[in-house]
Design a binder for this molecule. Structure first.
Ligand SMILES: CC(C)=CCC/C(C)=C/CC/C(C)=C/COP(=O)(O)O
Length: 292
């Protein structure tokens, strides 16, 4: 007499004994209802204290995996339960809600970024605007901002001006460092439709998360709005510049939307760090004396 079919832990399955008398009954493997056995197996594992949040099906135990050798319910060979398989040989049946949400967000991100990448090449639908976008790209590049700040520092003749510029320099260097660290950690590739024809880049700039232009745009614009006295139209212009610069990164095909969105957030937060560590002649006297 065939021994009862067993689940993945080796416990007998309820259905196997009754189905042995009628191998083509609905729900039996011969009837294409193999999943019933598997769910019973999972249920029995739950009942016996298995992990209820992660029902798993062994690939090698599934009918798909055992193509051509799927036994009829009445002809189950009497064998000892198979040895446990390594973790990577299993399929998750119920990935977490967070996993599904992240995957969906990623899919929307890729789809939207591709759709918005209308200046990714000369032959793209908005290809004629590409030179303008590349000009905007330079306006948010690290080199002009660093050189511009150093130049203004060298021309500044007031302590107050020097203090603000010194902190802007610190902010720009901190931004370069943190973005390089993040890019190196996350290592997300730039979109496939991007042409790597950017003005001076660092080695980590082959990665796209987060957008360095977006972090700089958010950081610098928050810095300017907090430390320069500007008329309202100029303040609006600063915010617009930051927003359009971020958008242009996606339109040029340099980034996905999430790279830019996170870049804005990160740049905004970086300003809080700069503000917290604000350099002044009181807490960094050496720096100011040396510069003089
Ligand atoms: C002092 C020093 C290390 C200066 C390097 C300045 C430099 C080459 C910055 C790179 C700026 C850049 C191309 C960032 C990439 O921006 P994404 O928006 O494409 O991430």
């Amino acid at each position: 007499m065939p021994s009862p079919r067993r689940n993945i832990e080796g416990r007998p399955l309820v259905a196997s004994a009754s189905s042995s008398s009628s191998s083509s009954s609905p729900g039996s493997p011969a009837h294409g209802g193999s999943s019933r056995f598997e769910f019973q197996s999972l249920l029995s594992s739950r009942a016996s204290g298995g992990d209820p949040t992660c029902a798993r099906l062994r690939v090698s135990d599934s009918p798909v995996h055992r193509r051509g050798s799927f036994p009829l319910a009445g002809a189950v060979p009497s064998q000892a339960p198979p040895p446990p398989l390594p973790e990577e040989d299993r399929m998750d049946l119920n990935p977490s809600f967070l996993g599904i949400a992240l995957r969906s967000l990623l899919a929307i991100d890729l789809w939207l970024s591709k759709k918005l990448g209308v200046c990714a090449g000369e032959s793209s639908s908005w290809g004629s605007v590409r030179p303008l976008m590349k000009l905007l790209e330079i306006s948010g590049h690290g080199i002009p901002w660093l050189l511009g700040t150093l130049y203004c520092l060298s021309r500044s003749d007031s302590w107050a001006g020097r203090e603000v510029l010194m902190n802007l320099l610190f902010a720009l260097l901190l931004d370069l460092l943190l973005v390089a660290l993040l890019k190196g950690l996350v290592r997300r590739r730039r979109p496939a439709h991007n042409q790597m024809d950017m003005f001076v880049t660092l080695s980590v700039d082959k990665y796209s998360f987060p957008s360095g232009h977006a972090t700089r745009a958010a950081l610098v614009s928050r810095f300017i709005l907090n430390h320069l006295v500007l008329a309202i139209p100029l303040r609006v212009l600063v915010v617009l510049w930051a927003f359009i610069l971020g958008l242009s990164r996606v339109m040029l095909g340099r980034h996905n939307v999430t790279d830019v969105a996170f870049g804005f957030f990160w740049g905004y937060m970086q300003y809080s760090i700069v503000d917290y560590c604000w350099l002044s002649p009181h807490n960094a006297p050496l720096l100011f004396v040396l510069w003089n």
